[in-house]
Design a protein around this ligand. Structure first.
Ligand code: ADP
Length: 407
């Protein structure tokens, strides 16, 4: 591969006329020549430029050519610059020896033979070009190699992500089937039992005092299934980035009262009582349907994991205007959550080991809840200790952020 390499040449001689003559001899396109009239001047130029070759007069007042070469060998930047010493023919055998010792590469003798000068310079310039081209190629190779390694790493990451996605899908499918089976089985068994009663003419099993409990049992199983399916649908929507909120003026206090009322039966079934502390009204701009979902999620969790003990919900306003927000806390006295689990339960499919014994679930409710709270520009957190219950708190700015209504 051809690359455009400039080969700078340095000539050092104390006599200006020698410099002029030498320069005239060796100058060519792509080969700028720099002159120095002393070793000191040469050193300055050597620090500023990268030379392909230095042609140095041996005999100079002050620092001579060999001393200059010695100094050049002592510095990394100049150590590898080829040198041609120019000496008076036959007079400097000792010097010649010294010169080679210090790593000099060649000699020219005065009077200079133009042909010899040009051909030697050409050799070094070619050498310099080849070296440069080789270094350039090595750099390109190293670059390509680095790129390749980056690609391999990227591929590995993608592969791991894919594997994880496939694993998650499989886990999800088995989890969904498992979780749906439980309420379905119960319903199925109930239906079979009733069929048995009917076939035996045992209508006493369906008396007025038994029917409400029967219906309540069915409803509970159906609710469980509906909740699971709703969670699944919401998560699927989130994957497609389609979960949106449509904030409108909403009274959070009234909404909380309605949610607690809706859950009265479920609370009774769980053996818990929900108490609500809320102002007469708490107006703000939120997506009513989505916030209802948040409150319902937190309350049903408190009932499901609350160990049949009372659940308290507090709705309050903190501050006013732009900095004001509404806070909803839901406190239960149930199984609690260990500190190391408190962050991950807000992620998809994350459940605590302990909670599996207490209720069926996909580990999606809190994930959905957090997304809804985020869309409202709010925050959600939990304080809890195992065996001592949990308090989930949601803070919502009184007005949802602009642009949140876009689908
Ligand atoms: P799930 O449907 O599995 O309950 P969630 O996302 O609502 O899904 O909750 C995730 C997990 O967080 C639960 O499985 C449970 O381990 C834990 N959790 C949530 N709420 C409570 C709570 N009030 N008390 C104890 N653990 C809770």
């Amino acid at each position: 591969m051809e690359i455009d390499v400039e080969s700078k040449l340095l000539i050092v001689d104390d006599l200006p006329e020698n410099l002029v003559a030498l320069e005239a001899l060796i100058r060519a396109p792509g080969r700028p020549v720099f002159r120095a009239q002393s070793a000191e001047e040469a050193l300055t130029l050597l620090l500023e430029h990268e030379f392909a070759l230095a042609i140095v007069d041996v005999q100079m007042p002050g620092m001579n050519g060999f001393e200059l070469a010695e100094m050049m060998r002592g510095t990394e930047r100049t150590r590898h610059i080829p040198l041609i010493f120019v000496s008076a023919a036959g007079r400097e055998r000792n010097y010649a020896f010294q010169g080679y010792e210090s790593g000099a590469v060649d000699f020219l003798h005065k009077p200079l033979d133009p042909h010899a000068v040009i051909s030697k310079v050409n050799v070094f310039v070619d050498l310099h070009r080849h070296r440069k081209a080789l270094r350039h190629e090595m750099e390109l190779l190293a670059h390509a190699h680095r790129k390749q390694e980056e690609l391999v790493v990227q591929l590995q990451v993608t592969q791991r992500e894919l594997e994880r996605a496939v694993r998650m899908r499989d886990d999800f499918m088995s989890m969904v089937s498992h979780e749906l089976r439980t309420p379905l089985n119960t319903l199925y068994l109930e239906a079979q039992l009733r069929q048995l009663h009917v076939s035996k003419g045992n209508l006493a099993a369906f008396t007025a005092d038994r029917l409400p409990a029967m219906i309540e049992r069915d409803q509970r199983q159906i609710r469980n299934m509906v909740r699971l399916i709703d969670d699944m649908l919401d998560v699927t929507r989130m994957r497609k980035d389609a979960l949106s909120i449509q904030p409108k003026p909403t009274d959070l206090a009234q909404l909380a009262r309605a949610v607690v009322e809706n859950l009265r039966q479920q609370a009774e079934a769980a053996g818990s009582e929900i108490s609500l502390q809320a102002p007469a009204e708490l107006p703000g701009v939120w997506d009513e349907f989505r916030i209802e979902q948040v409150l319902t999620n937190l309350l049903t969790n408190a009932l499901r994991y609350g160990g049949g003990r009372p659940v308290e919900m507090v709705v309050e306003q903190v501050g006013t205007g732009d900095d004001g927000f509404a806070r909803v806390s839901v406190r239960d006295r149930g199984i609690g959550i260990a500190a190391e689990d408190q962050a991950r339960i807000f992620e998809q499919f994350e459940r605590t080991e302990h909670s599996r014994k207490h209720a069926a679930g996909l580990g999606l409710g809190l994930y959905i809840t957090r997304q809804i709270v985020d869309l409202h520009g709010g925050r959600i957190g939990v304080e809890s200790a195992p065996g001592e219950g949990s308090t989930f708190s949601v803070e919502l700015p009184l007005a949802a952020p602009r642009g949140s209504a876009q689908p």
